[in-house]
Design a protein. Structure first.
Length: 64
């Protein structure tokens, strides 16, 4: 089943919600009740997903 991940732009709470219909209104944050949540991406029960370490490659060019 399509499980969409949402991230609250207010408190930063990330929660998943099962979406039955594509044309569904964005849910509200279950933590603070914020309506403006950002839809991340659909995940099909991704358990044990390896995430890259935070950070980026240091470009040779740079100032400051
Ligand atoms: Zn929230």
């Amino acid at each position: 089943m399509p499980i969409f991940e949402y991230a609250c732009s207010h408190c930063g709470h990330v929660f998943e919600k099962l979406v039955l219909t594509r044309n569904q209104d964005l849910p509200e944050c279950p933590k603070c009740g914020w309506k403006r949540v950002e839809q991340k991406f659909s995940a099909f029960a991704t358990v044990g997903a390896t995430s890259k370490s935070a950070g980026g490659v240091c470009a040779p060019s740079g100032g400051g």
